[in-house]
Design a protein around this ligand. Structure first.
Ligand code: GUN
Length: 300
């Protein structure tokens, strides 16, 4: 029997843990966890994501602050806002929604966020801590952190002896995911668009993580029977059968066929997606605990 990994259910359990943690921190220290989110421009998908993040932060009992800036915002104005949020002691986490509209440059903005408030885990200090195996004092990028929790729910905490293949080498996902798997003692391969015979490499995976951005690219004959398959893809494709102009979400994995081969698989939607926002809340309360000089809980 293939296990369907319910990301919504796991995310809801993480959110319950976050609510309890933020309530405990406030009761013990008077500190209310604070998250500041910045969105620039009017991309509808980005607005939908940011709205969901801000609402969830409120739901968790946080001080939730959203800055909505026009597309004409200059680099200096955005940098000034980040500097102001860095200095604001009521905010423990800062997130600048990506991508930024042209001609704004995201990298200097991300690197100007204080590492201890970088709840996206994108600052080089946090990436470096993960790369050196320091999971105690850094902040881990939310989507890989969430994908890792789902993999662990199936395979346990120690992945010794298991081969994990991550398809995709981005700084946002592929690289941090590989580091997390390595930290859990898996043998890790990072595959990408230049990998020779990608299907054959994937067939050796006990844990296969797909983050390529191409709908249904991973086929059933790419998957070892019994493998744990984590699908990070979110591909919006036209769905004329649902009506004119309608669309639907597909993962990077051919779910309908792969579900018969895999031992466990995440659906899209409802797999990794809900975990990202849950881990953002977890990172924010972790940052607040550290700022208050308290040991944060471990979210699993
Ligand atoms: N845009 C899409 N995903 C993300 C994310 O995880 N963090 C930020 N900052 N922007 C995003």
């Amino acid at each position: 029997m293939t296990t369907l990994i319910d990301g919504k259910e796991v995310a809801a359990s993480i959110i319950e843990q976050v609510k309890a943690a933020s309530a405990t921190l406030e009761a013990e220290t008077g500190v209310k966890t604070g998250l500041g989110v910045v969105i620039v421009g009017d991309d509808p998908a980005s607005h939908a994501y940011v709205g969901a993040k801000s609402r969830m932060a409120k739901d968790c009992g946080f001080n939730s602050v959203q800055h909505t800036l026009p597309a004409e915002t200059t680099q200096d104005q955005l940098a000034g806002l980040v500097a102001q949020m860095n200095a604001d002691t009521s905010l423990h986490g800062i997130l600048v929604q990506l991508p930024l509209p042209k001609p704004l440059s995201s990298e200097p903005i991300i690197q100007s966020i204080l590492p201890e408030k970088d709840v996206d885990g994108l600052h080089v200090v946090n990436a470096g801590k993960l790369a050196t195996g320091d999971l105690e004092s850094g902040l881990v990028s939310c989507t890989p952190a969430g994908a890792m929790i789902l993999a662990r729910r199936i395979r346990g905490n120690d992945l010794s002896g298991l081969h994990a293949v991550v398809i995709g080498r981005s700084n946002l996902f592929g690289k941090p995911m590989a580091q997390l798997l390595l930290n859990a003692n898996a043998t890790v391969t990072i595959a990408h668009s230049r990998t020779k015979d990608l299907p054959a490499v994937c067939r050796t995976a006990d844990i296969l993580v797909a983050a390529v951005g191409r709908a249904e690219m991973v086929k059933a004959d790419w998957v070892k029977p019994g493998a744990t398959v984590i699908d990070v893809g979110i591909n919006r494709v036209p769905a004329p059968e649902k009506g004119e102009g309608k669309s639907r979400l597909l993962g990077d994995v051919d779910f309908g066929a792969v579900r018969d081969v895999a031992g466990a698989i995440t659906p899209v939607p409802g797999g990794v997606g809900p975990m990202t926002i849950a881990m953002l809340m977890a990172n924010t309360v972790i940052a607040a605990y550290r700022k208050a000089g308290k040991t944060p809980p471990v979210f699993i």
